[in-house]
Design a binder for this molecule. Structure first.
Ligand code: ME8
Ligand code: MG
Length: 588
């Protein structure tokens, strides 16, 4: 029997995981993408918005292909000591706190137009049931045991840290504390009885799995980091419960009210709760297999701060229960604010809702995507944000505004194309005294080929979560269209067309040239708007609506020049600008 990563090849084949590079998804399954579920101890910040945006954009990108489905899960992580302490500090009941703060995350999602399929709350009934089921299932396999435990615990990070990661420090109040060197969160020494999960038993199996799935974790540098760590350091078993006397606000351990379930054990399971575990899985012996209509396995998008939970603990939990591992874990870097880590004490935390209120949904989404380099930290600066917004107006919105100006007639140009009247256009351009024919022919050929390749080129970027690179390709296309429009000068023909002293043939040729240039600029606006719609759904919708592009003509099948014969009606009548300039915000 050939075994890969602890699974037999026939099992892997049954669940569709034999191809190492098949990280996209098999065609009948929805693309299932998840953001972390966020702690509800404080209001959402920019980083939370960013993780959700990466998921939303990718999910929308998938749906540009009408033959594909996608499912986007986000939500809130509502149990644990951290939430319990936050509630105590505010003199609130935990349930009251989680209801209130969870709502703030939903508001953020609505304002930024995150089109999630489910908003998971770990206090949801089906999730609590799944956690109970999960616990009992691995307990029945003998993978949970009781033991005593002592170590340094960080409430803020909800995790124990080994001795070598702890240092002495002075806190803001001048008190000496112990803290984690890396996250700088305070830790306290705790000694207690709790339940352990036999994590260490699966170390070799996980190493094998990761080695045979080179795209399991991206970017590659993170893949190597996880693997190196796993090979160098022996895993210890994971404490998965706390005494109820200390941890009151969590799911109770099945059949032992004296213990509550560790918040990370509970939280990670949310990803399969949403996939309907266990009811929607088929039990094949010891394995849970998800059929074709089941969304599992997922692509998890997480910040680098929680890599260990997603790349070590969670895969092992799934191995232990016998379910398929995630398709991929996408680890992104952090956003800094004006060059520094966002922190309440520095006063540089960027509030995504306030930023949205000032600049609007599209600008915020676009800025976060344009700077979306998952490999290295990104910097939020008010100035570059404001510049990005202005560029969006001056290059993209302006192209559309110009071509849909009163001088031109997009509807007529689309009709001309439909009637094949542009067929001999190269000759007409060559014979025209008004244009630099060789240059215009070169530019228009370049424009057509850029537009025709744009969807594919961006797709290659989006499938690897290289949103920044996808947007760079999009800018190249926009620049190409602007350059063409500028050089072709379609406005120069208005006077000539009206000149009654010219021959009918000349008039017709001028009309043809103008309509052709307008047509290509309209096609560029249309195609660029479709492919950028996952990033800026509202602005692109306004523009496509202005161009009178039908709703069902906004998919990948309409992203080549000449694919839509039916738009442009009234596009050149008076309209409001799709996006207005706003001044840079001076106080954050
Ligand atoms: O860790 N830049 O929740 P959390 C980019 N509940 N992304 C950032 C960021 C920043 N500066 N700060 C936070 C938890 N994030 C757990 C997760 S999942 C089963 C449980 C994003 O509220 C990033 O995705 O602390 C990071 O991993 C996450 O928010 C942490 O959110
Ligand atoms: Mg955190």
């Amino acid at each position: 029997m050939i075994v890969r990563g602890g699974y037999t090849i026939s099992y892997l084949r049954a669940v569709g995981r034999t191809s190492l590079n098949a990280i996209r998804h098999n065609s009948t399954k929805p693309f299932y993408v998840t953001s972390p579920i966020f702690y509800v101890n404080a209001s959402p910040h920019l980083g939370h918005a960013y993780s959700m945006l990466l998921c939303d954009t990718r999910s929308r990108w998938e749906k540009l292909d009408p033959s594909k489905k996608s499912y986007f899960l986000t939500g809130t992580d509502e149990h644990g000591l951290k939430i319990q302490a936050a509630a105590e500090n505010r003199g609130m009941e935990p349930k009251q706190l989680v209801d209130e703060v969870s709502e703030n995350f939903k508001v953020l999602a609505t304002k930024l137009n995150f089109d999630y399929d489910r908003f998971m709350r770990t206090t949801d009934k089906d999730h609590v049931e799944t956690v109970n089921y999960f616990w009992k299932a691995i307990e029945s396999k003998g993978l949970i045991y009781q033991g005593s435990h002592s170590g340094w615990y960080s409430v803020s990070d909800e995790t124990f840290y080994p001795e070598n990661q702890i240092e002495e420090a002075t806190n803001k109040e001048g008190k000496t504390i112990m803290r984690c060197k890396e996250s700088r969160s305070e830790v306290v020494f705790q000694e207690e009885t709790n339940y352990f999960f036999k994590l260490s038993e699966f170390q070799d199996q996980l190493i094998e799995y990761i080695e045979s799935h080179p795209k399991f974790i991206i970017p590659h540098q993170k893949y190597q980091e996880v693997l190196r760590d796993l090979k160098q350091n022996k895993l210890t078993d994971l404490s998965i419960s706390r005494p109820s006397s200390r941890l009151k606000w969590s799911i109770e351990v099945p059949n032992d009210p004296s213990q509550k379930i560790y918040v990370w054990f509970d939280a990670l399971i949310n990803y399969i709760t949403a996939a309907g575990f266990p009811a929607k899985f088929e039990k094949h012996g010891e394995k849970y297999v998800s059929g074709n209509d089941n969304i599992w396995p997922a692509t998890h998008v997480v910040g680098k701060d929680i890599i260990k939970f997603h790349c070590v603990y969670w895969p092992i939990m799934l191995m232990a229960i016998g379910a398929e591992l995630p398709r991929q874990v996408v680890v992104h870097a952090h956003w800094l604010s004006e060059g520094f880590k966002m922190s309440k004490s520095l006063g540089n935390v960027v509030d995504p809702v306030a930023t949205y209120e000032h600049y609007g949904e599209d600008a915020l989404r676009f800025f976060l995507s344009e700077y979306s380099n998952i490999e290295s930290d990104c910097n939020f600066s008010e100035e570059s944000f404001s510049d990005t917004r202005d560029t969006l107006i001056s290059k993209y919105a302006n192209l559309v505004t110009r071509v849909s100006g009163a001088k031109f007639n997009i509807e007529e140009s689309v009709k001309f194309n439909q009637e094949s009247r542009f067929e001999g256009i190269d000759e007409v351009i060559t014979n025209s005294a008004l244009v630099q024919a060789p240059e215009i022919i070169r530019l228009k050929n370049e424009l057509i080929s850029t537009m025709n390749q744009l969807y594919q080129v961006m797709d290659d970027r989006f499938v690897n979560f290289e949103h920044m690179k996808a947007i760079q390709e999009w800018w190249k296309a926009i620049d190409c269209a602007n350059l063409f429009f500028q050089r072709a000068e379609p406005w120069a023909y208005n006077k000539l067309i009206k000149d009654t002293t010219l021959s009918e043939e000349d008039t017709n040729n001028y009309k043809l040239l103008q309509n052709y240039f307008v047509y290509l600029a309209a096609e560029s606006s249309r195609i660029c708007s479709i492919v950028i719609s996952p990033v800026i759904p509202s602005l692109s919708d306004k523009i496509l609506t202005r161009l009178a592009v039908k709703k069902d003509h906004r998919s990948k099948h309409y992203t080549k020049v000449g694919t839509d014969h039916d738009y442009g009606v009234n596009a050149n009548s008076k309209h409001e600008n799709p996006i207005q300039r706003v001044p840079i915000r001076t106080s954050v």
